[in-house]
Ligand binder design. Structure first.
Ligand code: ATP
Ligand code: MG
Ligand code: MG
Ligand code: MG
Length: 470
């Protein structure tokens, strides 16, 4: 099965069941300054999930371009990508649990022909405030799933809703594909990261509203929100073990392997995967609306980090960075039918990529030299200082996770505590500067502050990840 066949199968299936097809929204959320990118198909539908009436009705389906910067460290494993396509269907106060589970089960077992014994599902196990979702469990059993295929988990795994905030929320049921490996332990289940279970579809039942006092009341409009990863389904359907072995990545991986072969270079499989994944994400970000260029803030900074990470991996293997533009061309060619914006914006994509390569190469060597000199002259057991990490960030444009990666490769760590202090002090300084600049224009000022907050928040999240805090 090809990706375009899968897209069509999904959309046709839900069209047949009375859903209207909506086009993928931009990767950049409109009217939502709290997030940098669209991370799920439900994102553009938020006003309608909250009760506004949608011009196309109460049953909708789409294939949405998504980008999850929070998954950046997982890239290189078998199933996590930063950019991916999410196939979804929605009920805006129309059908609920019974009907959506029936439709999903039908799609999985009759359209995709997945044997029932390869399916495992999870349900919300309940807690002091909300009881166990026995209804969902009963529906799954009714479909023929055995008790051993149904797992119950708590809020961490099976609850949807912004933590601590008021608004719609509810339990979900996640559908996993059993890759057929042996269980890694007696406790092995869908929440285990051993690779036996791959999550393919999430069905969220937005049934509750969280009130300001922390209690849950029934929401006036009961919605269903589902999301299924196209790359993962394609992997499973074609009997592969990872997304890179699907037609979506084979052309770019082959091209990269050819470059490596010709140059007699060496690159680990993980590094190759990161490059193939990031170049695709970069093409989609740049090709989306031509609104984002590499920069030091917000989406532009994410883009910059993705590009600079690839540049360094090329450098590490001794490959000329300009080859990245060839890889971009492979991606553009491959996706131009499904996503014509890539071909339409190809000049912009290649120009921006080349600019960023040229810009970073000016400081990369100096920064690397600086880092290596420091590491050579200091004791092997000490961490790279926060001061140097900040200098590498500020003067040489090294994203922090990049410096961490570099130090790790040399068996060293980074003094993150001290880096964090320096970074925060720097942020505070620019915030004061911004406040000064926007004196008298309150709206602009608060926007700017919000932006700086977002940047700090993102960095802190990245730091927590690097430090293993989350
Ligand atoms: P996981 O637990 O594997 O990280 P998730 O629970 O974070 O997935 P959801 O937010 O439920 O994912 O998103 C719905 C679907 O989108 C998932 O079931 C999966 O098929 C797909 N998906 C989620 N994250 C990724 C990713 N990083 N790369 C590819 N597909 C993804
Ligand atoms: Mg996830
Ligand atoms: Mg999950
Ligand atoms: Mg999920």
């Amino acid at each position: 099965m090809t990706a375009s066949e899968l897209r069509k199968m999904f959309v046709d299936f839900f069209k047949e069941k009375g859903h209207k097809v909506i086009a993928s929204a931009s990767l950049m959320p409109e009217n939502d300054p709290t997030v940098l990118f669209t991370t799920a198909g439900m994102h553009p539908l938020v006003p309608y999930l909250l009760g506004e009436s949608h011009p196309q009705g109460r049953r909708l389906t789409s294939i949405q371009k998504c980008l999850r910067t929070g998954d950046i460290d997982e890239v290189g494993d078998d199933t996590h990508l930063t950019f991916f396509e999410m196939m979804g269907n929605w009920s805006l106060g129309d059908y609920f649990k019974e009907e959506v589970i029936s439709m999903s089960f039908d799609f999985l077992t009759n359209v995709l022909n997945i044997p029932i014994e390869r399916i495992a599902v999870t349900v919300f196990e309940g807690d002091l405030t909300v009881p166990k979702d026995t209804e969902t469990e009963a529906i799954w059993k009714n479909k023929g799933l055995k008790q051993t295929q149904i797992y119950a988990y708590g809020r961490e795994e099976n609850w949807w809703g912004p933590p601590g905030q008021t608004g719609p929320c509810g339990p979900d049921t996640e559908i996993f594909y059993d890759m057929g490996k042996a269980k890694c332990s007696d406790h092995c289940g869908p929440a285990c990261k051993c690779g036996k279970y791959v999550e393919i579809w999430n069905l969220v039942f937005m049934k509750f509203k969280r009130e300001a006092d922390g209690s849950f009341t029934e929401f006036k409009q009961k919605n269903v929100d589902t999301g299924m990863g196209l790359e993962r389904v394609l992997t499973i359907f074609n009997g592969k073990t990872n997304v890179y072995d699907t037609e979506l990545f084979i052309p770019v991986m082959t091209h990269l392997n050819n470059i490596i072969g010709e140059l007699d270079a060496i690159m680990s499989i993980r590094d190759k995967r990161i490059i193939c994944e990031h170049i695709r994400a970069v093409c989609f970000i740049l090709g989306d609306t031509q609104k984002i260029c590499p920069s030091n803030t917000e989406q532009g900074y994410i883009l910059r980090r993705l590009i600079r990470r690839m540049i360094r991996l090329f450098k590490k293997a001794g490959i000329n960075q300009n080859y990245l533009c060839d890889l971009a061309e492979v991606i553009i060619r491959q996706y131009q039918d499904a996503y014509p914006e890539l071909a339409e914006n190809q000049t912009f994509i290649k120009e921006q990529l080349q600019n960023e390569i040229d810009l970073f190469l000016k400081t990369l060597d100096m920064g690397l030299k600086k880092a290596d000199q420091y590491l050579e002259k200091t004791d092997i057991n000490t961490a790279l200082s926060g001061e140097l990490a900040f200098k590498l960030y500020d003067t040489y444009g090294f994203p922090i996770e990049f410096t961490c990666e570099l130090a790790r490769e040399r068996g060293r760590s980074v003094d993150m505590e001290s880096f964090r202090e320096k970074f925060t002090a720097h942020q505070n300084k620019s915030r004061e500067g911004a406040a000064e600049k926007f004196k008298g224009g309150l709206a602009d000022h608060s926007m700017e502050t919000a932006r700086l907050h977002t940047a700090t928040h993102l960095l802190n999240a990245a730091l927590r990840k690097v430090l293993g805090d989350e």
